[in-house]
Design a protein around this ligand. Structure first.
Ligand SMILES: Cc1ncc(COP(=O)(O)O)c(C=O)c1O
Length: 399
């Protein structure tokens, strides 16, 4: 069957396959692309097969912590430690150890923020005030009551909507700010003085491995830990207090339980790469350049759009795109075709999000690979429409 409809982008249907593929078609929003030049044989493996509490093991964990502190431009007021359970583990550790002391507000505008609401309500049996927005939007940040503890995702990975900055966080807040910042750190300039708790995992902007979380605590969060004991039981892997004192070892590399030293060495590789290319500024600039390259692709095609309505709240890492006329099946077809062609891996939107594409623009992705992706998106869109028409002959469909 011949596709005779005009192409909304003005290009011919039955497009030829583009000649140039992205050199590294890794656009997944987590685990994300490895740093350019990464290879398993480049990892330092001296700490493998050794105790993580040996002098060497502790030194490598301490090195990872110091590199993170440096690259995040974290002030001395804030502690940073490696904890179990990837970002989820770190965020739940913060919730379980600190919530319950005062009222709670949860902001939810995509899947992971909703997950923290579920935890607060169903597991901790709290009654948070929940400020919600649909995919693509932010709740009213001006409506947040800062006498409560406030939980939010800095960058909503599944909707591509982020908070624009930290200006909406009250400087004189009585409650604590809890930021799930897993797809935000190393990509945005974080106003640490406004953040009492932040969590992330190495698998996002650093292109590291999952498994371990990173927990950042400001002085007010530490004070909460030291003055408040939650009424519920705490599993050992959540315990940050020992004998009525903060377990300071966690922030020096004395992990609560056994970490994967392979994952640690992998993170060190990424952090050293980041330092080598110019540190925090270089990471932010690479992310900006990638997001701008993708934005140019979107602007040139009327069938592609941003799910995040307001450019000021549009993610620069997990960029979520709408595709005109596409349902879940068509997105699946596009994503599968691109994977088969090794042109793009893992770019279908998250399972709970509206059907669309999600393209990671974090620092480990190269801008020229994003640029090379544009013609492949055109090709996949054409192919998917033709396949849809063939499977529903005679049915009209809006473009
Ligand atoms: C905002 C956000 N929170 C939490 C998670 C869960 O992270 P992890 O699998 O590292 O625990 C993700 C993963 O994509 C995320 O994007």
């Amino acid at each position: 069957m011949t596709d005779t409809r005009p192409d909304p982008a003005g290009a011919p249907a039955h497009r030829e396959k583009p000649e140039t593929r992205p050199a590294r078609p890794y656009f997944s929003s987590g685990p994300c692309a490895k740093p350019p030049g990464w290879a398993p044989e480049k990892l330092a493996i001296g700490s493998l097969g050794r105790s993580h509490r040996s002098k060497l093991g502790k030194a490598r964990l301490g090195h990872a912590i110091e590199l993170m502190r440096d690259l995040l431009r974290l002030p001395d007021t804030h502690r940073i430690g490696i904890v179990p359970g990837s970002d989820t583990g770190a965020f739940e550790m913060a919730m379980w150890t600190m919530l319950g002391a005062r009222p709670v507000t949860c902001l939810a505008w995509e899947s992971f923020g909703e997950g923290w609401v579920t935890d607060a309500v169903k597991q901790l049996k709290l009654e948070p005030q929940v400020l919600r927005a649909d995919y693509g939007a932010l709740p009213d940040l001006g409506a947040v009551d800062w006498s409560s503890d406030v939980l939010f995702t800095w960058n909503g990975t599944t909707s591509g909507v982020r908070v624009p900055d930290g200006d909406w966080i009250a400087a004189d807040r009585e409650g604590l700010s809890f930021a799930d910042a897993t797809s935000a750190v190393f990509a945005y300039d974080m106003p640490w003085e406004k953040i009492d708790v932040a969590t992330f995992s190495w698998q996002k902007v650093l292109g590291g491995e999952g498994g371990h979380g990173v927990l950042i605590l400001g002085p007010r969060a530490v004070e909460r830990l030291q003055t408040y004991t939650p009424p519920w039981p705490l599993p050992k892997i959540f315990r940050l207090m020992a004998k009525a004192a903060l377990n300071e070892g966690v922030f020096k590399g004395e992990t609560i339980n056994t970490p994967s030293m392979l994952a640690v060495e992998d993170a060190i590789f990424a952090l050293e790469w980041a330092k080598l290319i110019g540190g925090a500024e270089a990471l932010l600039a690479r992310t900006e350049a990638n997001a701008a390259a993708l934005d140019r692709i979107v602007a040139a095609r009327d069938w592609l759009g941003h799910l995040a309505a307001d450019p000021a709240t549009r993610s620069k890492t997990s960029v979520c795109l709408t595709v005109a006329g596409a349902d879940e099946a068509m997105i699946k077809t596009m994503a599968s075709l691109l994977e088969l062609e090794e042109a793009a891996y893992d770019i279908a939107s998250y399972r709970d999000a509206p059907p669309g594409l999600r393209i990671w623009c974090g620092a480990t992705v190269e801008a020229e690979d994003i640029e090379a992706l544009g013609p492949w998106l055109d090709w996949a869109y054409d192919q998917a429409r033709i396949q849809e028409d063939n499977s529903h002959p005679g049915e009209g469909r809006d473009p």
